[in-house]
Design a protein around this ligand. Structure first.
Ligand code: SF4
Length: 543
């Protein structure tokens, strides 16, 4: 008689189970130079930054709220968006192959990149093959992720950003700080100074004499500067908001029209796209073309929606290349509790409502993906050990979940990632942190009712520490970290348990016996395990 082996799973869901090292981890601009708390502390000291951010996010929040309120079926649209993205993630292997077939059938060339290094090499080789020494770029979040500008500069190719906000960031030798409004940390006066100082230094059209900080004047200066770039570039590099698998169509939505110039004028177009950006059909695209502009900029529709399918003789670029980027996405997909982060359509609504982002801005997150989505996406792309502080960059208030047009439960994901950080730390054999020591002691204290009651009574001594101010503003280590950034309320003069016991005793108890002492568990004064004095703080009986 043969022995039966382990029963195979009844249903294959089509989701990858690959985990590192078999699935590539994200490299590129996904890690900061310092942990979030240190970077955030410095950002909080910049009053101008906080004013700029507060003004901009308040304006966008207001606009979004009013256009969302116009739609009776907003919640159904959100549910549809989430369901479409979940279907894409569950069958990503099928949809990617379908997309490749359609793009190829229409004259495009598809390239697959495991990580940022491979993607950069592919693009560098393609640009060099054209003989060009400059490229124009649009919608370049994913190219920021892989550090493409730096890779092109290394081989002598200049990359010109053409989105107005990204132009400001590039001319200011700065980094983007917002997904939709990369220069949100700059005000008009700062932008004017950057234009005056930098526009003429890179061989481009300089800023006009007497440039003011009026938005119209700044836009006109940028237009004149960029027009020359558009007309001279032979190669364009873009990102993509969506790719329609059924026809191989790519879509870019934007507000300025610069994207359309980029996508149509040069001879060669190279699009770099994260492999999760697929939608199955044009009907699915319709859902996202309603969700995205309302969530991103508070508009009913995007002023410019550009779509292209392969190449068309006599119309637009003569060569089209699509680079499909993994860079940690497959590894993210392998985690059932974290994969919903790949639903993200980069609208930045979660940034605009986040109380942490509003005060620190995007640079503090280190990664090109800031705010709540960055706090869950970056650690998953890189692995939590490379970004251990980001899952803590949140108050868990839930505003991001309410605002997200594809209903990503960011707060739950943050908690999940925090657990992974703790597990990774424990697995690495690090000494327990002060927080872990406090939690272990708290667990031991709360394990027995009498022990807990005695601790509460002892805590009353803490009232002595805050006699004068009414709050406790400084505690000794390891509790000092708590009072470093907030005051602690004074412990009450009498705990609920003590008050309850006193009232029951004075009332004689419901049965005249003096009542049940709430300090005793249901199993008597010491619980089912006997006297607590025998147990050590690690929950084991000392020998
Ligand atoms: S997580 Fe949601 S709200 Fe945040 S950028 Fe992505 S789609 Fe927008």
């Amino acid at each position: 008689m043969t022995q039966a082996g382990p029963t195979p799973p009844a249903t294959f869901l089509g989701l990858p189970t690959a985990a590192p090292p078999s699935a590539p981890r994200g490299v590129g601009m996904l890690r900061g130079d310092e942990p979030f708390p240190a970077a955030a502390r410095r950002a909080l000291g910049d009053a101008q930054l906080r004013r700029n951010l507060g003004k901009a996010t308040t304006t966008i929040r207001g606009r979004r709220a009013s256009v969302v309120a116009e739609l009776d079926d907003w919640e159904r649209l959100r549910a549809a968006g989430a369901a479409i993205k979940d279907d894409v993630l569950a069958h990503l292997d099928d949809y990617l192959v379908r997309l490749e077939q359609q793009v190829t059938a229409r004259g495009g060339v598809v390239h697959w990149a495991r990580d940022a290094h491979e993607a950069n090499q592919i693009v560098v080789d393609l640009v060099r093959a054209t003989g060009a020494d400059e490229v124009v770029k649009v919608k370049s979040m994913v190219t920021q992720e892989i550090g493409l500008n730096e890779a092109l500069a290394d081989v002598g190719v200049a990359a010109w950003e053409t989105d107005l906000a990204e132009l400001i960031v590039q001319l200011g030798h700065d980094r983007p700080s917002h997904i939709v409004v990369p220069a949100i940390h700059r005000n008009r006066a700062e932008i004017r100074d950057i234009f005056v100082r930098e526009m003429g230094t890179t061989g481009g059209v300089p800023a006009p004499a007497g440039l003011t900080d009026e938005p119209r004047a700044l836009a006109e200066a940028a237009r004149r500067h960029l027009r020359q770039r558009f007309l001279s570039a032979r190669v364009a590099i873009s990102g993509a908001n969506f790719a329609v698998a059924e026809t191989g169509t790519l879509a870019v939505v934007e507000s300025e029209g610069n994207g359309r110039m980029c996508l149509t004028l040069p001879d060669t177009l190279i699009t770099v796209m994260g492999l999760e950006k697929i939608v199955p059909t044009w009907r699915d695209l319709e859902v996202f073309l309603q969700l995205l502009p309302r969530s991103a900029t508070g508009e009913r529709m995007n002023p410019y929606t550009s779509m292209w399918t392969g190449v068309t003789p006599g119309d637009g670029p003569r060569a089209f290349h699509l680079v499909l980027l993994d860079n940690g996405r497959t590894a993210t997909l392998a985690d059932p509790a974290g994969r919903a982060a790949l639903r993200c359509i980069r609208c930045a609504a979660c940034l605009n409502v986040c109380p942490v982002y509003e005060r620190t801005g995007g640079h503090a997150y280190g990664s090109v993906y800031p705010g709540p989505i960055g706090a869950v996406l970056s650690p998953q792309l890189t692995g939590v050990t490379d970004n251990p502080s980001l899952p803590y960059a949140s108050t868990l208030c839930g505003a991001c979940l309410d605002a997200c047009p594809v209903a990503i439960d960011i707060p739950s994901m943050l908690v999940h990632l925090r657990a992974k950080v703790v597990d990774a730390d424990r697995g690495a054999g690090h000494r327990p942190t002060a927080e872990q020591a406090v939690m272990t002691t708290a667990a031991w204290t709360m394990a027995k009712p009498r022990r807990w009651a005695r601790t509460l009574r002892a805590a009353r001594l803490g009232r002595l520490l805050g006699r004068r101010r009414g709050t406790i503003s400084r505690l000794p280590p390891p509790l000092a970290a708590w009072t470093a950034s907030r005051d602690l309320p004074l412990p009450p003069s009498e705990s609920f348990r003590d008050r309850w016991s006193r009232r029951q005793a004075s009332a004689g108890g419901p049965d005249g016996s003096g009542g049940h002492d709430p300090q005793d568990g249901p199993d008597g004064p010491d619980g089912p395990d006997g006297p607590d004095e025998l147990d050590g703080p690690d929950g084991r009986t000392p020998r």
